[in-house]
Design a binder for this molecule. Sequence first.
Ligand code: LIP
Length: 272
Amino acid sequence: MTEQDEPSGRLKQELLDLALEAATLAGDFLRDGRPDDLGVAATKTSAIDVVTEMDIAAEKLITGLLSDRRPEDGLLGEEGASVEGTSGVEWVIDPIDGTVNYLYGLPSWAISIAARVNGETLVGVVHVPMRGETFRAVLGEGAFIGDRPTRVRPAAKLGLALVGTGFGYLAERKVQQAEVVRRLIPEVRDIRRGGSAAIDLCDVAAGRLDAYYERGLNPWDYAAGDLIAREAGAVTGGRPGEPLSPALTVAAPPGLFERLQARLNELGAWHD
Ligand code: LIP
């Protein structure tokens, strides 16, 4: 029987321990080794979609540890890691979620590591070194900040909701995103733009945001934070009836989730 048949409690614990070890290793490196003269090593979809030498080095640290311990697992990383595994376990890695914040020396950046079996996320870890916080969840076993259980806030009415969001790296996408937030902002308590989807999803899990939405995320941005938010009591998804995806990611407690999702659908938050 491979591990993709019925993931055992032993496997889930092994994957969680490994994700925590890798995230902490990368987090210490990124926090303590950040060069004062850190610059842009390369750009991706646009001149403002940047990657630093530290993103690349951190991903190598993480994938080196994971492949050393579990050589048959698959790997998918933002900075190019791509390995087809044979064990049924796939690691989904963002070595620095909030790269622009890290580049500028702002504290809101995280290491996001998820373990998926047959496409279902079993384990999620979001490590936030500058906050001294590590969010974690195992499917069906709740969400934690360190060893402290965490839960979403009770569902707020839309007009009282503090809503996190983010914007893409392409100007044409940002035009539509700005239009959506222009229409939404008078209808909610306020908007927060933290710069890291993984942290935003975890802040929903911790009750520090009532809701979060964004268009254009990649699986490595949301895989771990999605599980953590759901295990803390949030509902996550995309357009009505669709799972979260790069088209649209929405997370909020039930009751608020449906109202916000419907409004975002009306406002066209799912398209450029
Ligand atoms: C970031 C996301 C954030 C989004 C940024 C960027 P990255 O990921 O976490 O939510 O608004 O534009 O995509 O690029 O720092 O890994």
